[in-house]
Design a protein around this ligand. Structure first.
Ligand code: AMP
Ligand code: MN
Ligand code: MN
Ligand code: MN
Length: 288
């Protein structure tokens, strides 16, 4: 089994809300010393073919990936699927269905932002930021607000307008947890609870989420991610041990200089934790 030193198993490209193409993300991963990479665009697999080819070109080992948007207890929760078969028809259909509400939601978000800011044409303007219009997402609006000078950075755009429950937020029903897990596991993949600290659940509710996630076939949890502080990584290492969940590590890279961790720059996982990449060894596409 290859002993990976710098796996990065959570990242985004222009196929969802990232700013770089799959080829550019692969090159940056390689330059930063990543030795096993997964591109995990939101709710879609259309970037996977290019990511597989880009990984080969950069001599990176690769796992196919996707990040599925889920609604659980009226909260948006993200589940990463790694090692999925990108040709699996049930997974593709499920992701198509999950993406399908994004356009109407984006139009509603634009209308709210127009009311709040007095600007016009924000839906069309945001689309200019979306490499894949089916994947139109809040970061596209956030980048637009920054470029128009309304917010000084992405974080401000979220805290001022776009955050969950914020003035320009449009509530949305994503996939159910049960569907997301059945699509991922049905496509031969391993399901991982993404950036758990981001949900701000109370202890008992987080426990209920993890219990249900495991009961439905979920196997992993992100411990070290660009969304976690060092203290949160320590906490979720304990959660992984207590729940016998496999640990994952991924930057959640979206763009250079956008605040979260750069790809391939996270600290290592605690050495005692069983990892998702060891469990997925037979799914890894090895670079020639
Ligand atoms: P959406 O899928 O349209 O709800 O957008 C969610 C995406 O917004 C996430 O995948 C992140 O890329 C980004 N995001 C969420 N919260 C924040 C935040 N506070 N600051 C910056 N980006 C965020
Ligand atoms: Mn994102
Ligand atoms: Mn996420
Ligand atoms: Mn992500």
């Amino acid at each position: 089994m290859a002993a990976y030193i710098n796996p990065d198993l959570h990242s985004h490209s222009t196929f969802s809300d990232g700013v770089l193409t799959p080829e550019e993300v692969a090159a940056r991963a390689r330059a930063n010393g990543v030795d096993l990479w997964a591109l995990t665009d939101h709710d879609g697999l259309s970037g996977q073919e290019r990511a597989v080819a880009a990984a080969r070109a950069q001599s990176l080992d690769y796992l196919t990936g996707v990040e599925v948007s889920v609604t659980w207890a009226d909260t948006t929760v993200h589940v990463v699927g790694l090692g999925v078969d990108p040709a699996n028809t049930a997974l593709i259909a499920g992701l198509d269905q999950t993406r399908s509400g994004r356009d109407t939601r984006a139009r509603d978000m634009a209308a709210k932002l127009e009311q709040l800011t007095g600007l016009n044409g924000l839906y069309e303007a945001a689309l200019q930021y979306a490499g894949n219009r089916e994947a139109i997402a809040r970061p596209h609006f956030a980048r637009l607000l920054v470029d128009r000078g309304l917010c000084k950075n992405m974080q401000t755009a979220f805290s001022k307008y776009l955050r969950d429950g914020g003035p320009a937020f449009v509530p949305h029903r994503w996939a159910t947890l049960a569907d997301a897990l059945s699509w991922i596991t049905g496509a031969g993949g391993l399901a991982i609870l993404a950036h758990p600290a981001r949900y701000r659940f109370k202890h008992a509710q987080e426990g209920a989420l993890i219990d249900e996630f495991k009961r439905l076939g979920g196997r992993g949890i992100e411990v070290t991610t660009g969304s976690h502080t060092a203290a949160e990584a320590v906490h979720y290492a304990t959660v992984a041990r207590e729940n016998s969940l496999l640990a994952s590590r991924g930057s959640d890279f979206h763009a250079t200089g956008e605040g979260r961790a750069d790809i391939g720059t996270l600290p290592a996982l605690p050495a005692d934790l069983p990892t998702v990449w060891d469990a997925l060894a037979s799914h890894i596409r090895h670079a020639p």
